[in-house]
Design a protein around this ligand. Structure first.
Ligand SMILES: NC(=O)c1ccc[n+]([C@@H]2O[C@H](COP(=O)([O-])OP(=O)(O)OC[C@H]3O[C@@H](n4cnc5c(N)ncnc54)[C@H](O)[C@@H]3O)[C@@H](O)[C@H]2O)c1
Length: 356
C-alpha cells in the first residue's frame, strides 16, 4: 500500500508559508512566464517573509513545449546553478508545468524533493494527483516519463480566479468523469446542485479522493488505474488529429460520450444512463462542426497505450458510477466493427460532429 499525497487546501500564504518554515533547503521554482507574471509577487513575498532563498527557471508555456528538449534545458540550468540533492523543486502552473517539473524532480541527481502548486482546475483534480509525469514526443502525448512522489500539494482555489472559462471547463470534465467512474450519488449530486460552482471546493475534494483511491490500488498503472482513461482513447485520437485546435476538455467530453455509446452498444450501459451521460457532457462540446474520419480515429486508436495483444482496448461502463471489468482486466478488447458502429452513433448523438 502506498501513502496518499500530502495535500493542503487553503491559501498558500497560510499553508506554504508554514510548510517552508522548517525546511532549510534551496527552493527552485519551475513555471512559465504567463503564470509567473501573474503570481510573482504573491510567491516571492511568501519566501521573503520566511527568509528563504527562491530561484526560478521558466520555460515557454503550452503542450508543444512539454518535450525532452525543454527538460534538458531545465536540467542544464539547474546543473549550471549548482542545484544540489537537498534542493526542493516547486512546480507552479497547470498540468504542463507539473508534468515537466515532476519529471525533472524524479530524475535530477536521481531524484530530489518537489512540491506542486497546481493553478488550473484540471491540475488540481488530476495532473497533481498520482505521481505520473512525463513529456510528449512526435509519436504522441506523454510517451516518455516516470512516477514522481512529490512531498506536498498546495491547492489554493484563489488561483482559479484568473483562469479562462475554457480552462475551467477542461477541469470540470475530468472532475465529473471521476464521479462517473466511481460514485453514482456524487454524480447526481453534482448534476442536481443548482450552483455547483459555489460548492466547487467540496466537489474538488471528492474528485481528488476518488482518483487517490484508484491510485492506491494500482500506483504503477498496471490495471485498475487505467479506468481513469475512460473517454481518453477517443479524446487522444481527436487531439492527435486536430492538434491544438480542440481543447482537452472538449475532446474528453466527446470521448466520454463515444465510449459511453460503446458501453451501451456492447450490452452493458442502459440507454437511459447513456442519455444522461450524453446530456451532461454535451455542455462541454465544441460549438463548431468537427468532421471526423473513422479510419483516422482507428489509426490513432491502434497506438493507444491500453492496447494489448494487438487489440484495441477500451474502458467500458456498466452503469453510472461503475466500470465493467473484463476477466481480471479493466479494459476490454473491442473489434474494429463495433468501434465503427459506435462512431456512427456518436454523430447521431451529438450535433457538433460529422463522421465520414
Ligand atoms: N500527470 C498526470 O496524471 C496528468 C493528468 C491529467 C493531465 N495531465 C497533463 O496536464 C496537461 C494539461 O494541463 P492543464 O489543462 O492544466 O493545461 P496547461 O498547463 O497548459 O494550462 C492551461 C492554460 O492555463 C493557463 N493558466 C494556468 N494557470 C492559470 C491561472 N491560475 N490563471 C490564468 N491562466 C492560467 C496556462 O498559461 C495555460 O495557457 C497535459 O499536458 C496533460 O497531459 C497530466
Amino acid at each position: 500500500m502506498t501513502q496518499n499525497e500530502n495535500i493542503f487546501f487553503s491559501s498558500i500564504e497560510e499553508t506554504l508559508s508554514k510548510y517552508i518554515q522548517d525546511k532549510g533547503s534551496d527552493f527552485i521554482l519551475i513555471s512559465h512566464p504567463t503564470i509567473f507574471d501573474i503570481y510573482k509577487e504573491k510567491i516571492l513575498k511568501i519566501f521573503q517573509e520566511q527568509n528563504k532563498r527562491l530561484e526560478y527557471v521558466l520555460f515557454e508555456e503550452g503542450e508543444k513545449n512539454k518535450t525532452r528538449q525543454t527538460k534538458e534545458i531545465i536540467e542544464d540550468t539547474l546543473l549550471e546553478k549548482g542545484v544540489q540533492k537537498d534542493a526542493c523543486l516547486i512546480a507552479l502552473g497547470g498540468g504542463v508545468v507539473l508534468d515537466m517539473a515532476g519529471y525533472v524532480a524524479a530524475t535530477y541527481l536521481r531524484g530530489i524533493n518537489s512540491i506542486y502548486i497546481p493553478t488550473t482546475l484540471l491540475a488540481m483534480c488530476d495532473a497533481a494527483i498520482g505521481g505520473k509525469c512525463g513529456v510528449n514526443t512526435k509519436f504522441g502525448k506523454n510517451q516518455i516519463g516516470t512516477f514522481n512522489k512529490c512531498d506536498a500539494i498546495f491547492v489554493d482555489m484563489s488561483f482559479l480566479k484568473t483562469l479562462e472559462e475554457r480552462e475551467m471547463k477542461n477541469g470540470l470534465v475530468e472532475m465529473i468523469k471521476h464521479f462517473l467512474l466511481r460514485d453514482k450519488d456524487l454524480f447526481f449530486k453534482f448534476l442536481e446542485d443548482e450552483n455547483p460552482m459555489d460548492n466547487l471546493l467540496l466537489f474538488l475534494k471528492k474528485s481528488i479522493a476518488i482518483k487517490q483511491e484508484i491510485i492506491l490500488e494500482d500506483r504503477f498503472d498496471k490495471n485498475l488505474r487505467k479506468v481513469l482513461n475512460f473517454g481518453h482513447s477517443i479524446a487522444h485520437a481527436l487531439e492527435s488529429i486536430y492538434g491544438f485546435n480542440i481543447s482537452h476538455g472538449q475532446a474528453v467530453a466527446i470521448g466520454i460520450i463515444a465510449e459511453a455509446i460503446l458501453s451501451h452498444h456492447m450490452g452493458y450501459l442502459t440507454l437511459s444512463s447513456l442519455n444522461i451521460i450524453t446530456d451532461v457532457f454535451s455542455k462541454y462540446l465544441p460549438q463548431r462542426k468537427i468532421p471526423i474520419s473513422k479510419e483516422e480515429i482507428l489509426f490513432f486508436l491502434q497506438r493507444d497505450k491500453k492496447n494489448r495483444e494487438r487489440n484495441i482496448h477500451f474502458i467500458l461502463l456498466e452503469e453510472i458510477g461503475k466500470v465493467k471489468c473484463h476477466e481480471k482486466y479493466v479494459s476490454h478488447p473491442i473489434d474494429n466493427r463495433d468501434i465503427i458502429v459506435s462512431l456512427s452513433k456518436l454523430e447521431e448523438a451529438i450535433s457538433c460532429l460529422s463522421v465520414q
